[in-house]
Design a protein. Structure first.
Length: 161
C-alpha cells in the first residue's frame, strides 16, 4: 500500500474511533469496551473509570480521554509502522484528542457566577490532589492538574506534559 493510501486508512480509523467514543455516555459503555477489545486494548477497571470521571478534567459525555488515546494509538500503529513519515498519523491522533476534549468537556456558562465559583473551587488542582503545588502545572490538552511529578504524561489523557 502506498503512503497516501496508508494515511487515508489511518485517518478513517481515527475518525471512526472518535465517532464511536462520542456516541458513548460519559466514561464509555459496552460498545466502547467491545471496540477496545477489538483493538487489543485493555480499558480501565470500573472503579478507575469512576475516579477519572470524578477527579479528571471533566467530561459530559464520551469515552475517557486516556482510553480514547490508547484506542487511537492501537488503531494507527500498523499504518504508521508501514509509512516513511511515521510521525504523520501520531500528529493526527494528537489533534483528534484535542478536538475530542473540546467536544466532551462540559460547557461553562456564566448564568450563575456563584455556582461557577463553587464548582471551580471543588475541582481546583490543590483540592483534588491535596497538594498546594498541584496548581503549578496543568495539562495543556485536557486541563487536568499534574498530580504525579514522577511521570511526564497526563494521567487523564496521556498527553506529554
Amino acid at each position: 500500500m502506498d503512503e497516501a493510501a496508508l494515511l487515508t486508512k489511518g485517518r478513517q480509523a481515527i475518525a471512526a474511533i472518535v465517532e464511536a467514543a462520542l456516541r458513548c455516555p460519559a466514561g464509555g459503555d459496552g460498545s466502547w469496551d467491545a471496540l477496545l477489545a477489538e483493538l487489543g486494548v485493555s480499558g480501565l477497571a470500573a472503579p478507575e473509570r469512576a475516579r477519572h470521571l470524578r477527579e479528571g478534567p471533566g467530561q459530559s459525555r464520551g469515552a475517557l480521554l486516556l482510553e480514547l488515546r490508547w484506542a487511537l494509538d492501537a488503531a494507527i500503529a500498523p499504518f504508521s509502522q508501514a509509512m516513511d513519515d511515521s510521525w504523520r498519523l501520531p500528529n493526527e491522533v494528537e489533534q483528534a484528542v484535542r478536538d475530542y476534549v473540546g467536544a466532551v468537556k462540559p460547557k461553562v456558562t456564566t448564568s450563575s457566577i456563584f455556582a461557577n465559583a463553587l464548582a471551580s473551587a471543588a475541582t481546583s488542582p490543590s483540592r483534588m490532589t491535596g497538594a498546594a503545588d498541584a496548581a503549578a502545572q496543568r495539562c495543556g490538552c485536557c486541563g487536568a492538574p499534574r498530580s504525579d511529578r514522577s511521570s511526564d504524561l497526563c494521567r487523564y489523557c496521556g498527553e506529554r506534559l
